[in-house]
Design a protein around this ligand. Structure first.
Ligand code: ATP
Ligand code: MG
Length: 263
């Protein structure tokens, strides 16, 4: 594991490190030489105005940009010191280690049980039905959903409420034993109560997984994260302790954004 010292931050272990990462869509540069270390033990928030590249950068971290034909990634991204863009790397395996939760809950049109069991099955994580049952229960419990669904595991995942669907998607990510969970505005389609539940869940999961969350809500970033990166026009303008970014930013642009002067 790489050990890092950030200016003004205590020494931490980096789960992931990006070095000089640029992303192009065709000839348009959407991310411009971004470098950042994602710590193991913290929740990291990505904030910044619409179109600044938060989702694009997040997608580089588990190679989801591979699915966009026009996207091209330059630079290096390491997971535990290993280059995730190594052509020999198994991308399916990578996405199990670096899971993703999207803005809009996207359960499979299958039963609640199958939504969770599918990943462990294809990754060979369960030895038989009993073990698979255990993984399903543990993942749903960890995602704070077990009590609500334990009597209806055969119902379709799509029959759940939006907030429940999003917790199902988090449980699905957890089921394959990830090391990092990337969340792109996971609460933007949810009401305040469902949002509060997801925030609570993030706080509970923190420490067990490295978590990165993109959010437009500065209150949310302040509540759930310990580190914040402020993106602007494809660059990281400022990265540091969440409390410093929100109370004592070093850059004028960060100050302008957090005080609502633009964005
Ligand atoms: N699939 C794509 N093809 C071409 N351009 C894209 C694509 N996805 C994003 N872009 C462009 O890349 C830039 C960054 O977009 P991105 O979606 O990463 O921003 P964002 O910070 O996540 O914005 P938002 O807060 O609105 O979600 C924008 O100019 C956007 O138009
Ligand atoms: Mg986005």
């Amino acid at each position: 594991m790489v050990t890092l010292v950030h200016d003004n931050l205590e020494q931490t272990d980096a789960k992931m490190s990006a070095r000089d990462v640029s992303v192009y869509y065709g000839s348009k540069k959407a991310i411009d030489e971004v470098s950042i270390d994602i710590p193991t033990d913290y929740v990291t928030a990505f904030i910044g105005p619409s179109g600044c590249g938060k989702s694009t950068f997040l997608r580089t971290m588990n190679r989801m940009n591979d699915t966009i034909a026009s996207a091209r990634v330059e630079g290096e991204i390491e997971l535990d010191g290993q280059n995730i863009y190594n052509p020999k790397l198994d991308v399916v395996q990578l996405r199990a280690r670096v899971g993703m939760v999207f803005q809009k809950p996207n359960p499979f049109p299958k039963s609640i049980y199958e939504n969770i069991a599918y990943g462990p099955k294809i990754h060979g994580l369960a030895d038989g039905k009993t073990e698979l049952d255990e993984i399903v229960e543990r993942s749903l419990t960890r995602a704070g959903l077990w009590n609500e669904v334990k009597d209806r595991l055969d119902d379709s995942g799509t029959a759940l409420s939006g907030g429940q669907q999003q917790r199902l998607c988090i449980a699905r990510a957890i089921a394959v034993d990830p090391e990092v969970i990337l969340m792109d505005e996971p609460c933007s389609a949810l009401d305040p109560i469902a949002t509060a539940k997801i925030e609570e869940l993030i706080s509970e999961l923190h420490g067990r997984y490295a978590i990165v969350i993109v959010t437009h809500s500065m209150q949310q970033a302040a509540r759930v994260s310990q580190r914040t990166a402020f993106f602007h026009l494809g660059k990281i303008v400022e990265y540091g302790r969440t409390s410093d970014i929100f109370t004592n930013p070093k850059e004028q642009k960060t100050q302008d954004y957090i005080t609502g002067r633009y964005g």
